[in-house]
Design a protein around this ligand. Structure first.
Ligand code: GN1
Ligand code: MG
Length: 369
């Protein structure tokens, strides 16, 4: 880490209720949006770790709203997990470390918003699913996450990013980006654009079901990537779900869909070797089984009937977001190489094709649970 960054973390850390000396901090490279650091402290001779994270306020324009949601959600979950007699609630739910002013985040003079979490020890995340057991754990973890929020008291959570998974809106934004062609890249992406536009018939399916009240609004995570599940190193069991900035009113199908997107292919989200990208049925089965185990008691028939479709729709939706960002000149997702967003879009579309081929069998399996 550059000395500039280290002194920046030192300065930030002073504003939080942390007892101990900062020994070391390193950037965590996972995530396309926020800036995250893992920091080690000497606390009375014991090494303890915290996460310091700078919220991307271009993306999350209302950090107060984000942190209010996050505090309400984690407090409620902690109370319920502790109520089951679990001695591990500190590892099962994220803990925010308050600032010295008692607030949930610290705003610097230049307006940057920083927050701190307790680092959860003896867990790890994976970028791809290595076994059906891991998929089962991911399904269970996000199903449990949703089920713990079914009875969250108080007002509706705020929408931290309005219309986040609204595929029609994402579709229109793609059309506008192609039209404007600001970065002069539409030609380079013409095959992907064609593919994306051809899928228009799927765009409104869930939106219409929501609008007609056939599917209920619930509190959902909205970023259910597999690497947002912390697995216990020893047992392999899911301990905790992280990345709570987009927890807000939503549709459980979008959560399930993003689990399908990020667990079922053996490849990374930006795989270049497209022949490797495909939906693995045994992984889908384990994922669905785990999810239904923990979410089954509250899911309705209409929600269950669309789980395979949701996998396709969300993979497509994230694909068109990557494509739109590529065409617009990479202004949203952090990129690490040339054409990165285009590569990501291609991978999503390849996975969409693979899901299409197996969609009926996927839904048939889900119907047996
Ligand atoms: C972003 O930053 P990260 O990796 O948690 C994005 C998600 C996308 C994901 C694609 C707020 O999440 O919606 O699905 O990238 N988050 C936001 O990998 O836009
Ligand atoms: Mg995220």
């Amino acid at each position: 880490m550059s000395s500039y960054q280290e002194s920046q973390i030192l300065e930030v850390s002073r504003h939080f209720h942390i007892y101990g000396e900062l020994l070391h901090a390193e950037p965590c490279k996972i995530g396309h949006i926020n800036e995250t650091y893992i920091a080690s402290y000497d606390q009375g001779g014991v090494l303890v770790r915290y996460i310091h994270q700078k919220i991307n306020t271009d993306v999350f324009k209302d950090p107060d709203g984000v942190m209010n949601n996050l505090m309400r959600v984690t407090s409620h979950q902690r109370m319920k997990v502790a109520g089951t007699g679990s001695k591990d609630s500190g590892r099962r739910v994220l803990t925010v470390v308050p600032s010295k002013n008692g607030t949930s985040y610290h705003r610097t003079e230049s307006g940057a918003c920083w927050r701190t979490f307790v680092f959860i020890e003896r867990v790890r995340t994976f970028e791809t699913v290595e076994s059906p057991t891991q998929a089962l754990e991911a399904g269970r973890a996000f199903g449990e996450f949703q089920s713990l929020l079914v009875d969250l008291p108080g007002e509706r959570l705020i929408e931290t990013i309005p219309h986040f998974h609204n595929t029609r809106r994402r579709f229109s934004l793609l059309q506008q980006a192609v039209e404007a062609d600001r970065a002069n890249r539409s030609k380079e992406a013409s095959r992907e654009i064609q593919f994306a536009l051809k899928q228009e018939p799927i765009v409104d399916v869930i939106l219409k079901a929501l609008a007609k009240g056939k599917i209920p609004e619930r509190i959902t995570h909205n970023d259910t990537k597999f690497n947002n599940v912390m697995l216990d190193i020893e047992s392999g069991k899911a301990m905790c779900v992280v990345d709570l900035d987009t927890v807000m009113p939503g549709c459980v199908l979008y959560d399930f869909g993003d689990m399908v997107r990020t667990t079922t292919s053996p490849t990374l989200e930006d795989e270049l070797e497209l022949s490797q990208v495909h939906m693995r049925m045994p992984i889908f089965k384990a994922l669905t089984r785990g999810y239904i185990e923990t979410a089954g008691q509250f899911l309705t028939k209409n929600e269950r009937a669309l789980v395979a479709f949701a996998g396709k729709l969300i993979t497509y939706t994230i694909g068109i977001r990557f494509l739109t960002d590529y065409i617009s000149g990479d202004t949203y997702f952090r990129v690490h190489r040339q054409n990165h967003n285009l590569d990501r879009a291609r991978t999503q579309f390849k996975l969409v094709e693979s899901i299409v081929h197996q969609e009926e069998a996927m839904q048939r399996f889900a119907d047996t649970l």
